[in-house]
Design a protein around this ligand. Structure first.
Ligand code: PMP
Length: 393
């Protein structure tokens, strides 16, 4: 039987650059101790009070169907949070609760893409982006950034691909680079979107992980309110990756249509998870800061360890739980370096090539292991890279 083109082409075929990751998993399955600096998963679980709230909600009876758009009290809390953080008037009508950011990205694109439309995204990119775009029938086109621009997308690159495109997907603070888009970059993005009548889909799942600089949501910029769909989730902010809870913030008309999609797909998000989310948001900034603190600390550890040598160069890490390291001075590509480091020292990192073409010659490390292990792994990595650079000189 023949499956649909739409579903069989989601992966796009070819190597997806995740071979190092799979190899590390295989080594672990074979009993080899591997230190993984690969995935964006916190080394802490969801905080106990949030789990207690979830438990109380479930045992208290909130186990039935919940409103498809999301519980009104949660949507109000999310709207109030967005309004207070961004200054943009936002109501519960602008919010739809989703099972995580991933589902939000899919729904947002589904809302604006017709079959064969061009959907732009920025390279380097979060690994699922091209698949998400193909899954809604889009033709994904990467806007390639450059290391020498600190991976900030440039006006010329945006404008070269914008004519005829339907949407642009951005992510700031960025996975995999840790870069936060500055006012100039956002100004260019606004200009491109307004000049070429593009929808802007803004993935802001790392907006509580800001170490340096300021996160500006493009929804707050002139002319953007009606064309911006913001996707966010509590996976990263509240260490709730497994709870699958997030939201879309968009013009009410967009939300009304995405409601119809939710009605035919997810049919809402578990009520007791929403109650836990409401409880967590009600705790204010404290829990978010506690979740972010280890990454802030490890970023400082990283910069300190990296400062006395010149082979492994950090991309300015302003936010998110990752560091992107330029290892071109070793003479190796990211994938070659990652395989060699894994074989020699059992430290697993992601090659920059896993995130598109722009971050070739780089590696991404997730700051997701305990401080001492993290520092030891980074020291090993730096020594390894310096040895290789000397050997290849
Ligand atoms: N966007 C980005 C940039 C991410 O890194 C992730 C998760 N790693 C997501 C979206 C999706 O996260 P979730 O579905 O858990 O909210």
């Amino acid at each position: 039987m023949k499956l649909s083109h739409r579903i069989t082409q989601i992966t796009g075929g070819g190597s997806d650059g995740w071979d190092v990751f799979y190899k590390a998993k295989q080594m672990i399955a074979d009993g080899v101790p591997v230190l993984e600096l690969t995935q964006g998963e916190h080394d802490i679980g969801t905080a106990r009070p949030i789990l207690d709230a979830m438990h109380d909600a479930a045992t208290g009876g909130n186990t039935g169907y919940s409103p498809v758009q999301g519980a009104l009290d949660l949507r109000r809390a999310v709207a109030a949070r967005i309004q207070s953080r961004t200054g943009v008037a936002t109501t519960a009508d602008n919010i739809l609760i989703t099972p995580g950011g991933q589902a939000g990205l899919f729904a947002a694109h589904h809302a604006v893409i017709d079959d064969g439309d061009t959907a732009l995204f920025i390279d380097p990119y979060y690994a699922t982006y091209p698949g998400t775009l193909r899954a809604v029938g889009a033709v994904p086109k990467p806007v390639v950034t450059r290391a020498e621009d600190n991976f900030q997308p440039q006006a010329a690159a945006l404008n070269a691909l914008a004519p005829g495109a339907k949407s642009l997907l951005i992510n700031t603070p960025n996975n995999p680079t840790g870069v936060i888009y500055d006012a100039q970059t956002l100004g260019n993005i606004v200009q491109t979107c307004t000049d070429h009548d593009l929808w802007l889909i803004s993935d802001e799942v790392y907006d509580t992980q800001v170490w340096d600089g300021t996160h500006i949501t493009p929804r707050s910029l002139p002319g953007m309110l009606e064309r911006t769909i913001v996707v966010n989730s509590m996976s990263k902010s509240h260490a709730m990756t497994g709870s699958r809870i997030g939201w879309i913030c968009a013009p009410a008309e967009v939300i009304r249509h995405i409601f119809n999609l939710a009605n035919t797909t997810t049919y809402g998000v578990s009520g007791y998870i929403q109650d836990a989310a409401l409880f967590a948001l009600g705790q204010g900034a404290g829990p978010e800061e506690r979740v972010a603190a280890p990454f802030r600390r490890r970023r400082a550890i990283s910069l300190d360890l990296l400062k006395d040598q010149n082979v492994v160069k950090p991309v300015p890490a302003q936010g998110a739980m990752y560091m992107m390291l330029d290892i071109r001075a070793t003479g190796m590509q990211g994938e070659e370096f990652a395989f060699a480091l894994l074989a020699a020292h059992h430290v697993a990192v992601m090659p920059g090539e896993s995130f598109g073409t722009a971050a070739a010659g780089h590696i991404r490390i997730a700051m997701t292991v305990a401080d001492d292990e993290y520092a030891a792994a980074l020291r090993t990595l730096i020594a390894f890279a310096n040895d290789r650079a000397a050997a290849n000189a």
